[in-house]
Design a protein around this ligand. Structure first.
Ligand code: FPP
Length: 249
């Protein structure tokens, strides 16, 4: 297990994104209902947020509810929404006191009204904080986000607000729900699944992926350190050759 002292604090990623997976399997292993796994998963969220702050990570994005998750059994969807509302409401003061700014990405308008209002209140309450930004992906689907951006660009083009030559990668960024949030350098997925599952497809063009067998409720600070340590020992080339990174070719 990697301890924190092994990590070079001058080279930590600015933004880590996590696909929190394996709550259901973890619960089943304990002979419990799936929702129990999600509840215990909130403890891992607390741990990882603390760990990320200690490493000086500035953005932590968590895939909390995908658009596809609506297709789960009704009681699981309702339980998850209830958990989200309760967690956001119950944690907002502590998040604020520890300098956390809350943001969300995804189709927020498609969430139940009580979830939207709790979320908006927490975002407003914490908006001046600068220690770390916790981004919750809620009702998030990357393909939806990209199509939605394309529609908005088309509308602005048709209204004469933007010209064709102004449509660049940077402009596209600004139409996504992640506008203003830097791309993640590291994306972690727990539970042994090696897929991106419609998460940050555009934003992860140069992201390093880290897959671990650990189920989300078992994921603790030390596992985050391990992922960051692994990331720090990789060479990020951005399409260049190795020699170019170490010289001015
Ligand atoms: C994936 O495990 C997990 C989810 C779909 C939900 C994750 C949500 C939480 C941990 C609550 C987070 C709360 C806040 C406020 C951030 P799974 O159910 O797909 O597990 P399985 O693959 O083993 O079935």
């Amino acid at each position: 297990m990697i301890d924190r002292t092994k990590i070079d604090l001058s080279k930590t990623p600015k933004h880590i994104a996590i696909i929190m997976d394996g709550n259901g399997r973890w619960a089943k292993k304990q002979g419990e209902m799936r929702l129990f796994g999600h509840n215990v998963g909130v403890e891992s969220v607390r741990e990882v947020l603390k760990g990320a702050k200690e490493l000086g990570i500035k953005y932590l994005t968590l895939y909390a509810f995908s658009t596809e998750n609506w297709n789960r059994p009704k009681e699981e969807v309702e339980g998850l929404m209830d958990l989200l509302v309760r967690t956001i409401a119950g944690e907002v003061q502590e998040l604020h006191d520890s300098g956390v700014r809350l943001q969300s990405i995804g189709d927020v308008e498609g969430l139940p009204v009580n979830c939207q209002s709790e979320l908006m209140a927490a975002i407003e309450h914490t908006k001046e904080n600068t220690e770390i930004t916790l981004v919750l992906a809620l009702n998030y689907s990357s393909k939806w986000e990209i199509v939605n951006a394309a529609k908005k660009i088309a509308a602005d083009f048709a209204a004469g607000k933007i010209a064709e030559q102004e449509i660049t990668s940077e402009l596209f960024d600004s139409y996504l729900t992640t506008a203003g949030i830097p791309d993640p350098e590291l994306l972690i997925r727990t539970s042994g699944e090696c897929r991106i599952s419609n998460f940050l497809l555009w934003q992860s063009a140069y992201t390093e992926f880290y897959f671990t067998e650990i189920l989300w409720p078992d994921f603790k600070k030390e596992h985050l350190y391990e992922a960051v340590y692994d990331y720090q020992n990789r060479e990020r080339r951005f399409g260049l050759v190795s020699e170019q990174l170490n010289s001015n070719i």
